[in-house]
Design a protein around this ligand. Structure first.
Ligand SMILES: Nc1nc2c(c(=O)[nH]1)N[C@H]1C(S)=C(S)[C@@H](COP(=O)(O)OP(=O)(O)OC[C@H]3O[C@@H](n4cnc5c(=O)[nH]c(N)nc54)[C@H](O)[C@@H]3O)O[C@H]1N2
Ligand SMILES: Nc1nc2c(c(=O)[nH]1)N[C@H]1C(S)=C(S)[C@@H](COP(=O)(O)OP(=O)(O)OC[C@H]3O[C@@H](n4cnc5c(=O)[nH]c(N)nc54)[C@H](O)[C@@H]3O)O[C@H]1N2
Ligand code: SF4
Ligand SMILES: [Mo]
Length: 699
């Protein structure tokens, strides 16, 4: 095998006992600092690093049990070649030399016969390391000239909506929210998905801050809140407009702020007129007096903060929902107050030198086509310019992508050449022609930013890779060399790549963040001084907060916050109980102990989650003769799953909830995405996982 010189700073740490600093690489806003305890080359304990300025030694239960995943007996350790049918999971071990040669040969012949765009990478953020998923991998697919992937599965709709209003992905700084008098968690389950936000909110609460949760079910966060407002799915824009109506009506807006820092407040005032509490109550299912109370609390709060979760934007109208909520803080001038405002995501502060990392200059075909990852099932059905090869890494599309049966049918195509690089034989890997074993993050060097807090962190290897596992960087470097691509780009060390990534004067927030400092200090804060002039630097077309957005108008979207009903399900008139084929809204958000589909194959985490359930309202259950604990069939035209009913009144009648992205069961269909649509959202071409309707019956 060709030896690649990738310096592994810590191979000497192989058998060392002790405690080593690390970073959580999972797709979670908190990006915790960790301490990994090692004995005889194995992790015996993972805990939080008390020196991390935001996460301060606290970590979630999932990662406290990370050793069970890293040292799992089923972890892949050698490359595999398929010998059975696709999906049958029959493989033979092969060497890395054979695997790399086979992939390179196939990619060469496909490029010749069909063009390189017949090859598609499919990846997401199974590892948030910049080098792993925005580095050597991108260089490889750029140099190859492969089709591009639009990475729209997570926050595309909401980010687009937020950006139309505020210009870039950055809002309130996490530590500042301790100053808020009122905290609204809107469509986010932060007790499970952003636990340090909860810690900070608790600090605020000690001095009397009220915490309100707006959600379609009483999730863990709603149980912790002071006030929970359940609403019908996909009706959030109407609620935001209802609050605006009250703020304008009762003179609770900040006229000076609106004049100085926004465009379109007069148009917005008119727009909000028709969203009276009564009208909004009819759409959302929230009683009019509660809407009045919410508007008053928001209008009267000195400092108010809104956490905008991911949940409400996984809908047909999700971009507009976020866009509408994003307008609220401006109405009461919150952006001038420390801790006031809102956050959709803070990833925009940490932008790095992507040209140096990804090397788009290596691409022979700068106009190569893009494929939306939410439409992967459909894309695999294309007969013109068909996709002939897929390279999946850091993602598990058979479980996480919408319309999962359509996706599975695509992956089952006999003429499709599929490579999967992962730590485990996932549901997706079972359909691969070649499976490659991946290192865990603790075995790599990588660079991490957070899409919530402001600290950059460095991971250096603390474990030696088991078996023949290779990191993304090693893998794509090897492949680049096997294909004969640019030697300099594919021979670079991780540390050199990190230096280049951080060398980016265009982003002032990165000032002073260097590899040397990261090595010495471990957590280096972005230079937040530019944020002091946040309102003077908004990169919207007008430079102001755009309550009225001409850019949206030009894109064919309503320029003002507007409520548009979902394509399936409640439209503000239809109500549960009416005769319909699929009368229930099916919402499938993450669960507490898995991270997307990661951990759903680990015994410890499975034990904590027990089994996949369908939370169903007593009225809906009674109508169907369903009792708590019964096995039920949940279905629509896309497919069917069989899970267990949990009868509960945690949501309004007409909504059912199934938490967690479960791998396919040994003897049952249980992937929630079998039921979800692959329609795209109103903005950003985002996913619409939660805009699904179903019928439920006893099994
Ligand atoms: N434990 C754990 N943590 C995670 C993850 C995980 O899988 N498990 N995933 C990570 C990732 S990738 C992400 S993107 C984040 C996501 O984390 P969050 O931002 O918390 O988003 P979700 O958990 O998708 O959804 C949050 C809530 O939105 C609700 N919801 C659904 N539809 C609507 C609606 O129309 N209106 C309103 N108001 N609420 C609605 C759901 O019921 C759910 O309670 O979490 C990250 N952290
Ligand atoms: N129904 C429904 N569907 C959803 C969601 C939902 O709430 N409901 N949430 C959506 C959201 S927000 C997101 S972000 C997506 C997430 O979807 P994915 O990003 O696909 O997340 P995971 O299922 O965790 O899969 C990540 C995979 O990467 C692998 N991995 C980890 N580290 C490495 C590495 O260093 N190298 C390689 N090669 N592989 C690695 C892991 O083992 C795991 O199999 O799911 C989306 N799908
Ligand atoms: S998953 Fe999130 S909360 Fe848990 S350790 Fe990782 S970054 Fe921290
Ligand atoms: Mo996500």
């Amino acid at each position: 095998m060709t030896a690649v010189k990738i310096r592994r700073a810590a191979s000497m740490r192989k058998l060392e006992n002790g405690v080593f600093p690390a970073v959580c690489s999972l797709d979670c806003p908190d990006t915790c600092g960790l301490l990994v305890h090692k004995l005889d080359g194995k992790i015996v304990k993972v805990e939080g690093d008390p020196k991390h300025p935001v996460t301060r030694g606290a970590i979630c239960n999932k990662v406290r049990h990370m050793a069970e995943r890293v040292h799992h007996p089923e972890r892949l350790s050698t490359p595999l070649r398929r010998v059975g049918r696709k999906g049958e999971a029959l493989f033979e071990p092969i060497s890395w030399d054979e695997a790399i040669a086979e992939i390179a040969d196939k990619f060469r012949s496909l490029s010749e016969e069909y063009g390189p765009e017949s090859i598609l990478p499919y990846s997401f953020y199974g590892n948030m390391g910049v080098l792993s998923v925005e580095g050597m991998d991108r260089r490889f697919f750029n140099a190859l000239g492969a089709s591009r992937l639009e990475q729209t599965i997570c926050n595309a709709a909401g980010s687009a909506g937020w950006k139309y209003t505020m210009g870039f992905s950055g809002g309130t700084s996490p530590e500042d929210i301790v100053n808020a008098d009122l905290i609204i968690v809107w469509g986010g389950n932060i007790v499970s998905t952003n636990m340090h936000q909860v810690v900070l909110a608790e600090q605020a609460r000690k001095k009397g801050t009220k915490i309100i949760v707006i959600d379609v079910h009483k999730n863990r966060t709603a149980q912790w809140a002071d006030w929970f407002l359940p609403l019908y799915p996909g009706t959030d824009a109407a609620l935001a407009l209802g609050i605006m109506h009250i703020l304008f009506r009762d003179g609770m807006t900040d006229a000076n702020f609106l004049k100085t820092y926004t465009v379109g407040h007069e148009e917005l005032r008119k727009q909000a007129e028709e969203y009276t509490p009564e009208a909004v109550a009819a759409i959302t299912g929230i009683p009019a007096e509660d809407i009045e109370q919410l508007g008053k609390l928001y209008g009267e709060a000195g400092v108010s903060y809104i956490h905008i979760g991911n949940g409400l934007q996984h809908h047909d109208n999700g971009g507009m929902a976020v866009r509408s909520i994003a307008c609220l803080p401006a109405l009461t001038g919150q952006w001038l107050k420390t801790g006031g405002g809102a956050t959709k995501g803070n990833g925009g502060y940490a932008g790095m030198n992507s040209r140096a990392l990804e090397r788009p200059d290596l691409r022979p075909n700068p106009r190569a086509r893009s494929i939306n990852m939410n439409r992967i099932g459909e894309a695999l059905e294309m007969t013109e310019q068909p996709i002939k090869a897929l390279f999946v890494y850091c993602s598990n599309p058979l479980v996480v992508a919408p319309d999962a049966e359509r996706v599975r049918r695509g992956f089952a195509r006999e003429d499709l050449f599929t490579v999967v690089h992962d730590l485990f034989l996932t549901d997706t890997a079972k359909y691969a022609d070649i499976v490659l074993p991946a290192t865990s993050t603790f075995e790599n060097t990588d660079l991490y930013s957070s899409y919530w807090h402001h600290y950059i962190q460095l991971q250096e290897p603390v474990l030696s890779a088991p078996g023949e596992c290779k990191s993304n960087v090693e893998l794509f470097s090897l492949l680049g060399k096997a294909m004969g691509f640019d030697e300099e780009a594919f021979g670079q060390s991780e540390e050199d790549m990190i230096r280049e990534a951080l060398d980016y004067p265009r982003n002032p927030y990165l000032n002073g963040v260097t590899l040397e400092r990261l090595k010495a200090e471990r957590h280096v804060k972005l230079d937040m001084t530019p944020k002091e002039r946040y309102l003077d630097n908004l990169p919207t077309p007008s430079g102001k907060i755009e309550l009225y957005s001409r850019a949206m108008e030009n894109a064919g979207l309503p320029p003002l916050p507007t409520y548009t009903p979902l394509a399936e399900g409640f439209d503000g008139i239809r109500r549960p109980g009416k005769e319909e084929k699929y009368p229930l809204m099916f919402i499938s958000p993450p669960n507490h102990n898995y991270l997307n589909s990661t951990f759903s194959n680990v015994g410890k985490h499975q034990t904590l989650e027990k089994r996949p359930t369908l939370q169903i309202h007593p009225a809906d259950a009674a109508e169907r003769g369903i009792a708590d604990g019964d096995e039920v069939k949940v279905y629509n035209d896309r497919g069917l799953i069989q899970i267990w009913a949990a009868v509960t009144d945690r949501m309004l009648p007409g909504t059912v909830i199934s938490q967690g992205l479960w791998w396919e069961g040994k003897d049952r269909a249980q992937r929630s995405n079998v039921l979800t649509p692959d329609r795209l959202s109103d903005m950003g071409k985002g996913a619409t996982f939660f805009s699904a309707t179903v019928q439920v019956e006893l099994r």
